[in-house]
Design a protein around this ligand. Structure first.
Ligand SMILES: Cc1ncc(C[n+]2csc(CCOP(=O)(O)OP(=O)(O)O)c2C)c(N)n1
Ligand SMILES: [Mg+2]
Length: 897
């Protein structure tokens, strides 16, 4: 008997010695007779009473958090299969062949392209049951179901689209060859196939968490009376190995707590991942069952195909279940890879009772015993049960074989995942096994096969899709635009601030409060927080628009009497996600893609600690970019020195560097409230009116300082990323140095300009840089254009217009130097950058800025030093300045500390 701790929990049951078999037999007989005479419900009741009694008497129990290793739905409750079994098997066989041919052809022609055969080979029946019977298309009463496809099974989805006539041979032959046109992408990528794929799932774990928050967001839209969801359903097909990703399981309890019965996961339990078995020494299916059941999900196991039914019927002593329970996945895999004779000798014949069960069967019949995930009838029953289950989300654990049908080239082989080339014998074997009407030559040529349009196969699948409301996957690209209110309606205070002190966070929240009141746009705004609303001064919104709760508010809040009480309601607008940045950004993705997924543009605004964004959940943001999300990410609070007390893990010196690497992310680090207003206005117009597939990232700070009013004529330049501030003093319009400051550090740069003039007679032009990323993007574009085009067609970048010439430039930000250095190669002048490279720490803003050498004194010294190097000043001035400002020239660099 297996005794590994893992095996005991999820595989080999450590059996306790039976001290009195006769007594045990009497109990068993009594129990069986209850089932026979009074039914299973009564038996379950008695069990639960016994359990309760045992608990009360302190009898130690060892409850197993999983059920027996058999199908959850018994044969008598399975119901009839409504499809044409033979036709569906033929259609599936053809899809299998074409999926295989897509990959093998690409690799035969261009060995480096890669791709996977074995995953779809295991998932083909799962996909086909969905396509033929469940996945509703866009013409359904309430719109399409949403399906998150297992990414590396994409060739199977292409193969089916080919049979449906949505893709042609040229597409299939261009799999993973996207640069040349017609290409099909490796995995589902809406950026690359915007009319086809809806959800990027290629990075494991993102599909599962996004599917849950999608189902949740659909409830939100429905409860807020924005979109009637009817019985629209979210389906997610994921890998058993994929469930190891933390994101895969992160939101399971949310799905159960929120009673998301509009959600079904189908986990393709082929027992393998890339390198080998998922749980060689245990049982992944039992482990997943306990995980999902423990989280509160409805679990349906589909383990054994119909051919096993007769064996189970005769196995009155449960010899099969005992043997299954004691077989670990590594062994299942070996059994799966071997033939009937091996299975007979090594599985059935080891136990006399099992041997007796199969004496009438030939090796070939043993060989063809199928796992449940390859049986349409079993899968259909599970999907139907999942769809009709109420009150909880459902997971279907479908046991399959990786590389099913690939024989020695992959079936249940360790190397199955990587197999992308099959020799001719393997191909011919595949054709024979699935009875494909292909000649030897066609097999050798890896010809794609599509029966004629009027063939029963094509007619059948078209009729099924027609009945389900059209083809999937299909992505809608547009929605009606939303009118944006004039700036003055919600941002007048920021445009005409007249020196009133305020932080940019407060300004942003105040604008949000105003926008929420707008009759057209207001309802479309989705404020999202991950338990930081109070941190960022948003508590006033709790009362104003309410916090979404699917059950309303079942308690009287402690602060009920206060003006700003914690109001939860069924039509609440704020998504308060709790402490999960991954969850909050998943909600943001659902809202930011609502224009496409639901045909209703929403405007999500997720505000969070900026360090816990691109760094913590950067891959989810990358997926959002792929998915063409439109919305605002608000990083609060900007910079490494501005979030003064929070220290090393909270202070963000890097998010803008990462943001600048995302092609459709427009990232800004504004300094003044009016800059925030201009950027938000522009962003809303670009996303909701013009409908560009971009999203905006703004960092704001909670430092209070006087806010000037919007100067004349700078709106466009604010959006472009840089503008010259009004001169500090009349008459000093021409400087002999240029200072750039952004975000939180701009005020230090302005102060440095005053020091330079007062203490050293140096005049400086000061520029506010709202976005080094946008400046660099434009300059890069122009540089490329000029490289490829003759001088007569020369273009000029915004950077060149503003900062041309060779007057030295000194830039300071609250981010690492590589952020301002994004523009370095496009400048002719000497360019010196100051930044916050190194580890953050807690102290006052003033102390931190001095520590990182980005305060006004260091900006002044850096400027004097730059001028000295250019020989416009004697070097002694730098020494004088160091002395005057108390700066130790021998101090170690902050990034070494
Ligand atoms: C975040 C992430 N890590 C790693 C990979 C590479 N990868 C792709 S598929 C795969 C194995 C998947 O196994 P499983 O989920 O069991 O799916 P199967 O192919 O067995 O159906 C791995 C490691 C990935 N795509 N994403
Ligand atoms: Mg797997």
């Amino acid at each position: 008997m297996g005794r590994t701790s893992h095996g005991e929990a999820f595989g080999r049951n450590g059996e306790i010695q039976d001290q009195d078999p006769q007594e045990t037999g009497e109990w068993m007989a009594a129990f069986n007779s209850v089932i026979e005479s009074e039914g299973k419900e009564r038996a379950a009741f008695l069990l639960s009473r016994l359990e309760e009694e045992a608990r009360n008497l302190g009898v130690p129990g060892r409850p197993q958090p999983y059920s027996a290793y058999r199908n959850t739905i018994p044969l008598e409750e399975q119901g009839a299969f409504p499809g044409d079994l033979a036709l569906e098997e033929r259609v599936t066989a053809i899809a299998r062949w074409n999926a295989l041919a897509i990959v093998v052809r690409a690799n035969a022609a261009h060995g480096e392209l890669g791709g996977h055969i074995a995953s779809y080979a295991s998932a083909a029946e799962i996909f086909e049951v969905g396509f033929n019977h469940f996945f509703r298309g866009p013409d359904s009463a309430h719109g399409a179901d949403l399906v998150y496809f297992q990414p590396h099974s994409a060739p199977g989805v292409y193969a089916r689209a080919y049979l449906e006539g949505r893709l042609d041979e040229l597409h299939l032959a261009s799999y993973r060859q996207e640069v040349r046109g017609h290409g099909l992408c490796s995995y589902p990528h809406p950026w690359l196939m915007p009319a086809f794929w809806q959800f990027p799932t290629g990075s494991m774990g993102i599909g599962p968490i996004n599917a849950i928050y999608q189902a949740h967001f659909m409830r939100y839209l429905d409860h807020r009376n924005l979109v009637q969801m009817g019985d629209r359903h979210v389906w997610g097909v994921f890998g058993d190995g994929e469930m190891d990703e933390p994101e895969s399981t992160a939101a399971l309890s949310l799905a159960a707590r929120e009673e998301l019965d509009n959600l079904t996961f189908v986990i393709n339990c082929n027992l393998q991942r890339l390198d080998g078995p998922v749980r060689g020494n245990g049982q992944i299916i039992q482990e997943l069952e306990s995980l999902f059941a423990g989280a509160g999900w409805n679990v349906i196991k589909v383990l054994w195909g119909s051919d096993w039914d007769a064996l189970f019927a005769r196995d009155t002593h449960h010899a099969l279940l005992r043997r299954f329970a004691n077989t670990v996945d590594g062994e299942y895999q070996t059994l799966g890879a071997k033939d009937g004779a091996y299975n007979l000798a090594n599985f059935f014949e080891r136990d006399p009772e099992l041997r007796a069960l199969v004496t009438h069967m030939t090796n070939a019949e043993i060989d063809s015993l199928r796992r449940g995930g390859h049986d349409f009838r079993k899968l259909y029953a599970a999907f139907a049960a999942a769809r009709s289950h109420r009150g909880r989300p459902t997971v279907i654990l479908a046991k399959t074989k990786k590389g099913y049908g690939m024989g020695g080239a992959g079936e249940s082989r360790m190397t199955a995942h990587q197999a992308k080339k099959l020799d001719v014998d393997a191909l011919l074997g595949f054709r024979d096994r699935f009875h494909l009407p292909l000649s030897d030559d066609e097999v050798r040529a890896l010809s794609f096969y599509r029966p004629a349009g009027d063939s029963p196969e094509v007619q059948y699948l078209l009729a099924q899709r027609d009945a389900l409301g059209g083809f999937l996957p299909a992505r809608r690209t547009e929605a009606p635009s939303v009118a944006i209110p004039p700036l003055a309606n919600y941002a007048k205070f920021a445009l005409e601030a007249e020196g009133k002190p305020m932080s940019t966070t407060v300004a942003m929240i105040r604008m949000l409060g105003g926008l929420l009141k707008d009759p057209a746009l207001g309802r479309r705004i989705v404020p999202i927080v991950a338990d930081e609303a109070r941190t960022f001064g948003m508590a006033s919104l709790f009362r104003q628009v309410g916090i979404y709760s699917s059950v309303g508010q079942l308690y009287e809040p402690e602060d009920a009497g206060s003006m700003l009480y914690y109001k939860e309601s069924k039509d609440g607008q704020i998504l308060e996600e709790g402490i999960t940045e991954a969850g909050a950004v998943s909600s943001w993705i659902a809202a930011a893609t609502s224009y496409s997924v639901h045909g209703l543009a929403m405007l999500p605004l997720y505000i969070y600690y900026s360090m816990f964004g691109f760094q913590r959940v950067g891959d989810l943001i990358w997926a959002a970019a792929d998915q063409r999300a439109r919305g605002f990410l608000i990083g609060a609070t900007a910079g490494r020195t501005t979030l003064s007390g929070e220290g090393l893990q909270h202070q963000d010196g890097t998010s803008h560097v990462v943001a600048a690497t995302i092609p459709n992310c427009r990232a800004y680090d504004p300094a003044f409230a009016y800059e925030v207003a201009i950027i938000m206005n522009h962003g809303m117009r670009e996303m909701l009116e013009v409908q560009n597939d971009v999203f905006y990232y703004l960092t704001v700070t909670n430092a209070n300082y006087p806010q000037p009013s919007l100067p004349d004529g700078v709106e466009d330049d604010i959006v472009k990323g840089l503008y010259r501030l009004n001169d500090r003093r009349a008459g000093s319009s021409r400087g002999n140095v240029r200072l750039l400051g952004s975000g939180a550090i701009l005020t230090e740069v302005i102060a440095a300009a005053a020091l330079l003039e007062d203490d050293w007679g140096v005049t400086a032009d000061v520029f506010s840089v709202t976005s080094f990323g946008e400046l660099a993007r434009d300059a890069r574009e122009v540089e490329r254009w000029n490289r490829l085009n003759p001088p007569g067609r020369r273009r000029t970048s915004h950077l060149e217009k503003q900062l041309g010439g060779d007057t030295p430039i000194v830039a300071a930000t609250d981010y690492v130097r590589s952020y301002p250095q994004l523009i370095a190669s496009y400048l002719d002048a000497r360019y010196v950058t100051l930044g916050t490279d190194g580890f953050g720490r807690s102290d006052t803003r003033e102390a931190l800025r001095r520590f990182f050498e980005v305060d006004r004194y260091h900006v002044a010294v850096a400027t004097l030093s730059t001028l000295a190097q250019a020989q416009s000043l004697p070097h002694r001035t730098v020494d004088d300045a160091l002395k005057r400002y108390g700066i130790d020239a021998t101090r170690a660099a902050p990034w070494t500390l």
